[in-house]
Ligand binder design. Structure first.
Ligand code: MV4
Length: 599
């Protein structure tokens, strides 16, 4: 087995991989950016090297620097986790050329699946069902109209060829929408993937997102670990995942059928390691269609681990080393039900705007059937530079209903001070009839009133009066290599009001319209670029009305009015950069409210 692996990632997934290494007797090497010096993933590894400044391009995406660290540390293999360099074929190729093992599929498989049109063509040839549509890019709106009318029929989905995960995805419900959808998807493809080409699919009405976990080795063995249902999404970001799908959605026979589809898809690209076939499942017709393959370990792999007992990360490492998989298909048995809630530092009442910041006290839930894969802890910080995930809360129980109860218990135990997180959102959602029925909760996720009712009490920073003495861990970097040192000094003054407690979220429709009370100034919750400004000075706005869109981390973040009133000052300009805490708009309350004041 490998003696030393470099983990080219940060946060919870870097820790997840480090744990697998520790259990396998493999030394682990962390890499970190300047803002991650105290990050938990650094401590989870045996040694650690500084890559560079916070900006991912200069640190976690800095291939040249990572290659240097590989050499210096003597690592034989690299685990990319997810995000960053995980699906970067040139990186996998550069490692192959340098004689370093990339823990993942061959660069050719990443390439083949990276182009969504090429993937569709390959899958069609391999007999894998794809969503009806084109397997080649469509060049013009006119061509698109012909194909949509003749071969596909409306509604039609327009998707960017370089896309994936819903980026560059537009829907044309009828003919007159096609031009906008085509141009929108193309523009987004150009912006995010430097590829403006698009293709067409039939737009399926109310499908479920059902994906298949695959494991493959270099000896030709390919198995599946059953499906995950990730139908609860917010603007194409998964927020809750479960394994298996609700039993009334996917039965044993369907599971075997879509599992086989997943295995065939992986075989068609000579896959190695852990991967996922994403697909759309139409419950009405029992049809399953290939959407795309994610050629990496996914965020939600844990729910599959909980119901199969198989360590997906370890199997990926074994496969990369050239060992055979530890399991045959008939060894894979699903037991019970697992649910994962993504505990993001986001404000569900503000269109899921990232809410990065410093964590005060922090206590994770424990007890039977509970797993927390976290990337930060007490006193830690969710940086505005990276993905705002605090942790993944995963529970297992004998069936879906009991797993739901267990998740609600765990969410209630979870204490995260100083940050707005999705805990109130998950708590409310898992108690809805929609969730119990196993619906995709699409309407709920768009229900602004319901989301606004999940608002937090205002967070406060409280100064400590007498600083206590504490032992602090400091670090020294010698030639970019990290060493830990203990220093006794004063505790930091930061502390924060509880975020987890406060009023229980109101039920749907119970919320009263705000009469415009509270502070006037709305500040940017995140750093990014002002992409669109939809209001002007002097406009009267409703609470929750869309004001502007900030592009950050390749995501469009909708910023909505925090209260009703008149925009007395607008502090933003389209196209300009904006920092977290910068003013966006001053909203003056309307004169004396007609509605009675709340409470
Ligand atoms: C679709 C679709 C309907 N028809 N494609 C693409 C990325 C993935 N995150 C969701 N995607 C969808 N692709 C066609 N041809 C609907 C979705 C979709 C979705 C699917 C299942 C469950 C929830 C969803 C939420 C938004 C979009």
């Amino acid at each position: 087995m490998f003696k030393k692996i470099l983990i080219a990632n940060r946060g919870e997934i870097a820790i997840r991989v480090a744990r697998a290494c520790r259990e396998m007797g493999i030394a682990s090497v962390a890499v970190y950016s300047e803002v991650d010096r105290d990050a938990l993933h650094v401590k989870a590894c045996d040694e650690a090297y500084l890559l560079g400044p916070a900006e991912a391009a200069q640190s976690y995406l800095n291939v040249g620097k990572i290659l240097e660290v590989i050499k210096e540390s003597g690592a034989e293999a690299v685990h990319p986790g997810y995000g960053f360099l995980a699906e970067n074929a040139p990186f996998a190729k550069a490692l192959e050329d340098a004689g370093i093992t990339f823990i993942g599929p061959p660069a050719s498989a990443i390439d083949a699946m990276g182009s969504k049109t090429m993937a569709r063509e390959l899958m069609q040839k391999a007999g894998v069902p794809i969503v009806p549509g084109t397997t080649e890019a469509v060049d013009t709106v006119e061509d698109a109209m012909k194909i949509a009318k003749k071969d596909i029929g409306f509604p039609v989905a327009v998707k960017a060829s370089g896309g994936g995960g819903g980026k560059g995805f537009r829907v044309a419900l009828e003919e007159k929408d096609l031009k906008d959808a085509f141009e929108g998807a193309s523009r987004e493809g150009e912006k995010f993937f430097s590829d403006g080409t698009v293709y067409l699919e039939r737009y399926l009405l109310n499908p479920r997102h059902v994906e298949v976990q695959i494991l493959a080795d270099t000896h030709g063995n390919v198995i599946h670990l059953g499906e995950r249902d990730c139908s609860i999404q917010r603007r194409h970001q998964k927020v809750i995942e479960e394994a298996p799908a609700p039993e009334w959605v996917v039965d044993e026979e369907t599971r075997a059928r879509i599992g086989k589809i997943g295995v065939e898809a992986a075989k068609a690209v000579d896959y190695v390691g852990a991967g996922t076939i994403e697909g759309l499942f139409s419950s009405d017709t029992n049809e399953y269609f290939f959407l795309e393959m994610n050629t990496r370990v996914q965020v939600e792999h844990c729910v599959t681990e909980m119901v199969t007992g198989i360590d997906i990360v370890k199997e990926g490492i074994r496969a990369a080393f050239g060992e055979e998989l530890s399991y045959k298909q008939e060894d894979v048995v699903l037991r019970g039900h697992a649910i994962e809630c993504r505990i993001n530092a986001e404000d569900a009442s503000m269109n899921f705007a990232p809410a990065p910041g410093k964590i005060g006290n922090y206590k994770e839930p424990t007890g039977p059937g509970v797993r927390v894969d976290s990337g930060v802890g007490a006193g830690g910080e969710v940086s505005p530079t990276y993905d705002p995930m605090v942790s993944k809360l995963i529970v297992w129980d004998a069936d879906r209903e009991q797993a739901t109860a267990r998740m609600l218990r765990a969410l209630a135990e979870y204490e995260i001070e100083g940050l707005k997180t999705l805990i109130p959102f998950h708590t409310a959602l898992l108690q809805t009839e929609d969730w119990a029925k196993g619906s995709t909760c699409k309407d709920l996720m768009e229900d602004k009133e319901w989301l606004a009712s999940l608002a937090f009490p205002k967070l406060e920073r409280v100064e400590d009066d007498a600083p206590e003495k504490v032992t602090n861990d400091y670090l020294v970097e010698v030639s970019g290599k990290r060493f830990d040192v203990k220093v006794v000094g004063e505790a930091p003054a930061y502390s924060a009001a509880p975020a987890g407690g406060g009023a229980a979220p109101k039920k749907r429709g119970e919320r009263k319209k705000s009469a415009g009370a509270g502070p006037d100034l709305l500040e940017s919750p995140l750093q990014g670029n002002m992409w669109k400004v939809l209001v002007k000075k002097g406009d009267a706005v409703e609470e929750g009305q869309l004001l502007c869109i900030i592009e950050a981390m390749k995501m469009e973040n909708e910023i909505t009015a925090h209260k009703a009133g008149k925009i007395s000052e607008l502090h933003i300009t389209e196209g300009e950069p904006i920092n977290a805490g910068d003013p966006i708009a001053t909203i003056a309350s309307p004169p004396a409210a007609e509605e009675p004041a709340a409470e």
